[in-house]
Design a protein around this ligand. Sequence first.
Ligand SMILES: NC(=O)c1ccc[n+]([C@@H]2O[C@H](COP(=O)([O-])OP(=O)(O)OC[C@H]3O[C@@H](n4cnc5c(N)ncnc54)[C@H](OP(=O)(O)O)[C@@H]3O)[C@@H](O)[C@H]2O)c1
Length: 238
Amino acid sequence: MAAFPCRMAGDHVVSTFYPYWPGGDMTPAIRRDVPGETVDGFASEFVCMPAHFFTKAPAGYTHAEAATLTCTGVTAWRALVVCGRVKPGDTVLVLGTGSVSLFALQFAKAAGARVIATSSSEGKLQALRRLGADAVIDYKAVPDWGEKARSLTGGHIALVGVLTGFTAQVSIPALFSNQIRISGISIGSRADQEDMVRAIEANRLKPVIGRSFALPDIAAAFEEYQSQQHFGKVCLDL
Ligand SMILES: NC(=O)c1ccc[n+]([C@@H]2O[C@H](COP(=O)([O-])OP(=O)(O)OC[C@H]3O[C@@H](n4cnc5c(N)ncnc54)[C@H](OP(=O)(O)O)[C@@H]3O)[C@@H](O)[C@H]2O)c1
């Protein structure tokens, strides 16, 4: 791990999701020591981990803001920028108002793309517009929201979430005839995170944080997340 840039004492840092994935393609070997999954994570006042577990955080970010980046920020970055190769004039469809979608909306607008966003509530649809969405669709009021969105989009699909279940039917001929490319996304690498931090600083982006809870109220924070009432990240303040 010596090849990883070391952090200096006093640097403001943020954890990486896969500390053993420096960059490039994912390999089985990088799936070791995933904080919060296979080893202890960061729901604690102090942690002691190797320097390569971290990257620099964006300048001016609080710890809570920086903590939003490791999973959902990097996931949206990899889906949109690394695999999706978004460019000015593209159209990006983001589903729901979870943190992955809100980061994707912000990165897409920063890249000069047009964004179509969906949600199930009027208040959240308005919030999406305030964040820069060019068109919004209420996916409960418009059951064929996919048809409506499809007529405005086409091309690459980044597969991120499992909110409607672990399996789905896919029409293979439709993939051929529409030249569709599907990418499975599993967060991203340290290099992805470093690129994203640079982009965040250059575009002065801030994450959307819904509610914050004190560390002892961690159970309430999970309940808030489970309620699906949140808009953006649910955070723990230390
Ligand atoms: N592959 C990866 O690397 C990776 C990384 C991070 C997260 N994920 C996955 O990505 C998904 C989103 O994560 P998140 O943290 O952004 O989620 P989240 O905060 O839980 O938000 C989910 C939002 O999606 C919408 N939604 C829920 N059920 C839906 C349905 N059946 N159809 C359409 N929209 C629905 C809702 O939006 P409205 O309230 O606006 O209707 C909901 O608020 C999760 O499945 C998560 O496990 C994957």
